[in-house]
Ligand binder design. Sequence first.
Ligand code: GLN
Ligand code: ZN
Length: 766
Amino acid sequence: MVLATNLGFPRIGSHRELKRSLEAFWAGRIDAGALLATARELRTRHWRLQRDLGIEHVPSNDFSLYDHVLDTVVMVGAASPRYKPLRSDTLRQYFAMARGLQDGALDLPAMEMTKWFDTNYHFIVPEFFPGMTFDLASAKPLDEFLEAKASGIQTRPVLIGPISFLLLGKMPDGKSPLILIDALLPVYEALLAQLGRAGAVWVQMDEPCFVLDLPEDVRLTFRKVYQRLSGVAHAPQLLVTTYFGGLGDNTEVAASLPVSGIHVDLVRAPEQLKPLLKALPRNRFLSAGVVDGRNVWRTDLDAALGLLRRAADVVGPDHVLVAPSCSLLHCPVDLSLDKQLDPELHGWLSFATDKLRELKALGHALTTGDISSEDFARSRNAREGRRGSHRVHDAAVAMQLRSITKDMAKRRSSYPVRREKQRSLGLPLLPTTTIGSFPQTSEVRSVRAEFKSGKRDRASYNAFLRDEIDRAVRLQESLGLDVLVHGEFERSDMVEYFGEQLSGFAFTENGWVQSYGSRCVKPPIIYGDVSRPSPMTVEWAKYAQALTKLPMKAILTGPVTILQWSFVRDDQPRAVTCLQTALAIREEVLNLEAAGLRIIQIDEPAIREGLPLRRAAWSEYLEWAVECFRLASSGVSDETQIHTHMCYSEFNDIIDAIAAMDADVVSIESSRSKMGLLNAFARFQYPNEIGPGVYDIHSPRVPSEDEMAELLRKALAAIDPRRLWVNPDCGLKTRRWPEVKSALENMVRAAGRVRAELLESGQAAG
Ligand code: GLN
Ligand code: ZN
């Protein structure tokens, strides 16, 4: 029999139970016992669900209270000494690492957080240092295995493999964390032995780094490490899992590892199947990832079965494991909860729970040869329906796409000329601003919910929003900020808000996906050609500008980010969907300019995460991504200042592309890495203006004036004072007003202080 298996299930719960519980715990409304009970309840529910749907390898230890990389940090005893004062309370220590902690004399910043490969999931970056030691400090994988076993379910524990774990971490002075592998391995050996003795038959070792460009010595390390791990007495069978790309030039090494099986992502990289089958020794299991763990479309089961049959012909059906391409962490949980979705569209979709059914159907079909099941019929209907549907294909959009000219993606003048013309904005040296959103308080959210459910009418909702904007504008004026924002109170989410007003997008009520910790997003589903029936943000921007004499910055979400944070149709190239979106945003930009907005920010926080994992594919992606941004932003006159914003600081790799976007001002994240971006700027002078974030908005901690002034001085070491802006790392929607007020107050003061220093020293001339 061919086994249906899974690599990981979403943790948040179909009703975001984990989020609610975490936030209640952090707010002191429930105790640790209640939080842990929710966690246990969710694990058990998910294990049962998977077993009942016929999944044979059910994952465990895929659950996490915050992040599975942070869990691994704790598990191997790699918590930074900084958090030692909290060691008597492991849960408090854990959340302090994740979120920072300010309590009396204790003031602990959070650990750095970054995106998990090319997803919108964020993980906590492990901190390593030369000579550090490890020990098996938490029994989480074992505990959860035993917990499942006690409820009658045999699971396959999931571990982050030691090589990916190290490679995902940071080491001072740019040393490779892999020098720690010999110190780390005994922990994994001990853990595998424990799991084996406890009855685990398989252990899943996630080694997503295997799909990256790897130097030869890393490949050798893979060999050495898995040789050692497979030699552990009592060790379970090891399945080395790769995903988000193809093994490519690492195929030989992966295939020859002395482990029981290899998992590959055949959705992203179906072309790897052939070489892998050639290289795979006899009796190895091949876990074939044929159901897309990164998207929401119903699987083309016939095509997936075709791949599985090719695999089965070579390794034998009993050595094929039917699997999703990657963990289902990146999928919404349960489509059946979405009752309002258009039935035709509903039939085209598949969420985590449905994907488990698809896996089971594929396993069954491969075993019996029977492809007449209901699942196969539904899959064919979806495919046919999408191909012929007029809601997918819009002739007007196709025509517009054909009429794009080269000039449309170019500003009228070069940056130096624009800069002169933009002086009329009257901005001081080191202008201060924010990234756009202000706190989405529970009041804002509940009023919006009332409006959406029909309990509140449009007029009263708008009146409420006007009040919020009024207050935000007055506050910014009193804080002394130079460029204001309206606060984005009308937006639940920066992509959803636009998607709701664009054609070609659909929304679920409940399609939540974890972004980090308790934060979830509900990505729109782009199912058809994109166009903009009418202006989306102009009224609010105009309203806000009328409240103040200071420049109001209008905020839009850029085409690449809309693409990246949506579930994108899989029936045309991503670049085409992005171009369509770029044209829609361009129209909005022009309408804003016509309405009198002189500063327009087009957020592109996701440009970098869209970067292909392999360098060979970068230039093609960057070319269309930059082109789309330029197409969206270049219709305006020289006097209009275009800003963009990005949520990360690792610029080294793509700084040329960022410069090629030719925004007048770019704001980026950098406070957690203490201006780590300066490496990039030491090599390459960003030609336009830049605002490296001085305030970490992912943490409730309020940074002091001194701290931010120091970061600014650091930034000045690499950035011309006339090009430097002062702003937080990102939007403030997840924060509370009291924190925001104090932090911005400190930020404006820090800017003032450094500005005075510059003027005094005469460095700011010109
Ligand atoms: N303008 C958005 C905000 O402030 C930007 C968010 C983001 O970059 N993720 O919320
Ligand atoms: Zn951001």
